[in-house]
Write a protein that binds this ligand. Structure first.
Ligand code: MLC
Ligand code: AMP
Length: 502
C-alpha cells in the first residue's frame, strides 16, 4: 500500500545528493540527508512510545530538524499538530487536551513553562531546539537512518491544523494525506515549479502557507529552498539573486517595497512572487510591478482547504482578485442556503475538491455547520465571481481579523476582556495597519461608576493570549453602538477608529 504522501514527497529522494535546504550559515542539506533525518526522528518518536494514529503537538522554532520531525510523523503514521511559537502555555494546554496528544515537543527554553501543562494533560514532554539541541534531538542523533515507513491509506489523517472560530474555540481541522498531496501536485503544475527552482522560505512552518504550500511544493518538484528562520528583509534581498521564487503574506511585499535596496536588479533572477493568506492591496501589486517589473501572483486558500484559487502563471494576473479556481477545485458564490447566486453578485464563497479537509476533530456539529453533505465547504469569505471566472474576495462574513497573515478571532479576546474586573462588555475590531494589514483594537465598556485598570487587563491578556492577538489600543466608551436588534455594530466602530494606525 505504501505511504502516498511520504513516498511521493520524500521517499523517492532517498540517497539523493540533490540540494534540499540552503541554510543561512551556507551549509546545504541534501535530499538524501533530509530523508535520513526523518528516519532518525521517526525512531525517536517510536522510542517515546508513540504508535501510528497517535497525535503529537509540536511547538518548536523553525529549523531543518523541526521539518524533519514533521515528516517523521508522516513517515510513522503519526498525526502532528504544528503550533504557533507565540502561543502561551494556556493556549497550548487547550490544543494538547483537545487533540489528546500523547506527546508535546517544545523548545528547551519552554520546558519549564510547559511541564505543568503536560503533567495536567497526562502527556509526555520532550524538547527540540532551533539548533538541533534538546532531548528528542539527542535520541534522534543516535538513531538509525533506516526506518520501515508506515503504510497509510491516502484518506488517513496526516495533520490537525488548529484554526480559531467565531465562537472563540479553536477547531482541529483534519487534513488527509490525499488533501495535502493533491494540492501540492496541482500547485507544482500550476505555478510551473521544477527541480531547478530555489524558493526563498521565510514563512513559519506551523501554518498551511509555509508548510503545505511552500514546503510541499518544493518537495513535490524536487526543488530546493533557502530556509530562513523568519522574515528579515535584508536577508531576503541578500539571497534573492540566487533564488527563483518567493511565497509570502502581503506584509512581505510591503516591507520589501519599503526597502530602497529592493530593486529590479536584485530580483532579476526571480521568476515568481506569490502572495496569499490575506488580501494584497491592488496598490501594492502596482507598486511592485513598477519597481521590479514582476507581477505578484495572488492566490487564495484556507487552513481547511489548502489552496482554492490562483491567478494564472501565464495570462492576466489581475490585481485585487484571487484568480480562477485551481484545476479540480469547484467554487460557487452562494446565499445563506448554499444556493448559487448570479455571477457578479456578492455572496458567500463555497469550495469543493480533493483539497477540502475531513472535518473538525471531535466537533461533528461544527463540521456539519461548515461542510455540506455534498462536499462543499462554506468558507465564510464574501466574494464575487466575474463572468470570466475570476474570483474577488470582497470581505468576510465571519468576524475575523487577519494581522500579518495570522488569524485573530475577536470572540476569543472579547471573552477574556468581558471577564476582567470593571469591564461590562467589550468589542474587538480589526483596524487597518500599514505593516500588518489589520491590527486588533479593543473597545471596552466599564461597569457603571468603575474605571477599568488597563494595566491589570493587559497583564491578563499577556498571560492568556499570544502576543500577536493582543489589542494594540484600548478605547473606553460608555456604550457600544447597537442596531435595533441589539447587535453590536462593529462597522460603526471600524468607521470611528479606522485611522488609528495611519
Ligand atoms: C509578529 N507580531 C505580530 C505578527 N507577527 N503582530 C501581529 N500580527 C502578526 N502577524 C508582533 C510580535 O508579537 C512583536 O510584537 C512584533 O510584532 C515584532 O515581532 P517579530 O517576530 O519581529 O515580527 P516579524 O518577524 O517581523 O513577523 C511579522 C511577519 C510574521 C508578518 C513576518 O508574522 C509572519 O511570518 N507572518 C506569516 C503568517 C503566516 O504564515 N500565515 C499563513 C497562515 S495559513 P511586540 O509588540 O512584542 O514587539 C493561511 C492559509 C493561506 O492563511 O491562504 O495561506
Ligand atoms: P486561515 O484560517 O489562517 O487559513 O486563513 C484563511 C483566510 O485567510 C481565508 O478564509 C481568507 O479570509 C483569508 N485569505 C487567504 N488568502 C487570501 C487572499 N489572497 N485574499 C484575501 N483573503 C485571503
Amino acid at each position: 500500500m505504501g505511504n502516498p504522501l511520504f513516498d511521493q514527497m520524500l521517499g523517492r529522494h532517498a540517497g539523493s545528493d540533490a540540494p534540499f535546504l540552503h541554510l543561512p550559515d551556507g551549509h546545504v542539506q541534501s535530499y538524501g540527508q533530509f530523508v535520513d533525518s526523518t528516519a532518525r526522528y521517526a525512531h525517536a518518536l517510536m522510542d517515546a512510545g508513540l504508535q501510528p494514529g497517535d497525535r503529537v503537538a509540536i511547538q518548536v522554532a523553525k529549523s531543518p530538524e523541526a521539518l524533519a520531525l514533521i515528516f517523521a510523523c508522516i513517515r510513522a503514521g503519526i498525526i502532528f499538530l504544528p503550533l504557533n511559537t507565540a502561543y502561551t502555555a494556556d493556549e497550548i494546554a487547550y490544543f494538547v487536551e483537545n487533540s489528546g496528544a500523547r506527546l508535546l515537543v517544545c523548545d528547551p527554553a519552554r520546558e519549564a513553562a510547559l511541564s505543568p501543562v503536560a503533567e495536567a494533560c497526562g502527556t509526555g514532554l520532550t524538547t527540540l531546539g532551533a539548533s538541533g539541541d534538546g532531548a528528542l534531538a539527542q535520541v534522534a542523533s543516535v538513531s538509525p537512518v533506516d526506518f520501515p515507513t508506515q503504510d497509510c491509506e491516502g484518506g488517513s489523517v496526516a495533520a490537525f491544523l488548529y484554526t480559531s472560530g467565531t465562537t472563540g474555540r479553536s477547531k482541529g481541522a483534519m487534513l488527509s494525506q490525499d488533501n495535502l498531496l493533491s494540492n501540492a501536485l496541482t500547485l507544482v503544475d500550476h505555478w510551473q515549479f521544477t527541480n531547478t527552482d530555489v524558493l526563498l522560505h521565510a514563512l513559519p512552518i506551523f501554518h498551511t502557507h509555509g508548510l503545505f504550500v511552500a514546503t510541499n511544493v518544493i518537495l513535490a518538484a524536487g526543488a530546493s529552498m533557502v530556509f530562513m528562520p523568519g522574515l528579515d528583509t535584508a536577508e531576503l534581498i541578500r539571497h534573492m539573486p540566487r533564488a527563483t521564487a518567493l511565497m509570502g503574506v502581503p506584509t512581505f511585499y510591503t516591507r520589501l517595497l519599503d526597502d530602497p535596496d529592493f530593486t529590479q536588479e536584485v530580483s532579476a533572477n526571480m521568476r515568481l512572487f506569490i502572495s496569499g493568506s490575506a488580501p494584497l492591496l491592488a496598490d501594492t501589486h502596482r507598486q511592485f510591478k513598477a519597481r521590479t517589473g514582476h507581477r505578484i501572483l495572488e492566490r487564495y486558500g484556507m487552513t481547511e482547504t489548502n489552496m482554492n484559487t490562483s491567478n494564472p502563471y501565464d495570462g492576466d494576473r489581475r490585481a485585487g482578485t484571487v484568480g480562477l479556481p485551481l484545476p479540480g477545485v469547484e467554487v460557487k458564490v452562494c446565499d445563506d442556503t448554499g444556493t448559487e447566486i448570479p455571477r457578479g453578485e456578492i455572496g458567500i464563497l463555497e469550495v469543493r475538491g480533493p483539497n477540502v479537509f475531513q472535518g473538525y476533530w471531535q466537533m461533528p456539529e461544527k463540521t456539519a455547520a461548515e461542510l455540506r453533505e455534498d462536499g462543499f465547504f462554506i468558507t465564510g469569505d464574501l466574494a464575487t465571481q466575474g463572468a470570466d471566472g475570476y474570483v474577488t474576495i470582497v470581505g468576510r462574513g465571519k468576524d475575523l481579523i487577519i494581522a500579518g497573515g495570522y488569524n485573530i478571532y475577536p470572540k476569543e479576546i472579547e471573552s477574556l476582556l468581558d471577564d476582567q474586573p470593571g469591564v461590562l462588555e467589550s468589542a474587538v475590531i480589526g483596524v487597518p495597519h500599514p505593516d500588518f494589514g489589520e491590527s486588533p483594537v479593543a473597545v471596552l465598556v466599564p461597569e457603571k461608576g468603575v474605571q477599568p485598570d488597563l494595566a491589570v487587563i493587559e497583564a491578563a491578556v499577556s498571560q492568556s493570549l499570544a502576543r500577536f492577538k493582543h489589542p494594540r489600543r484600548y478605547i473606553v466608551l460608555d456604550a457600544l453602538p447597537r442596531n435595533t436588534m441589539g447587535k453590536v455594530q462593529k462597522n460603526a466602530l471600524r468607521d470611528s477608529y479606522g485611522d488609528l494606525f495611519s
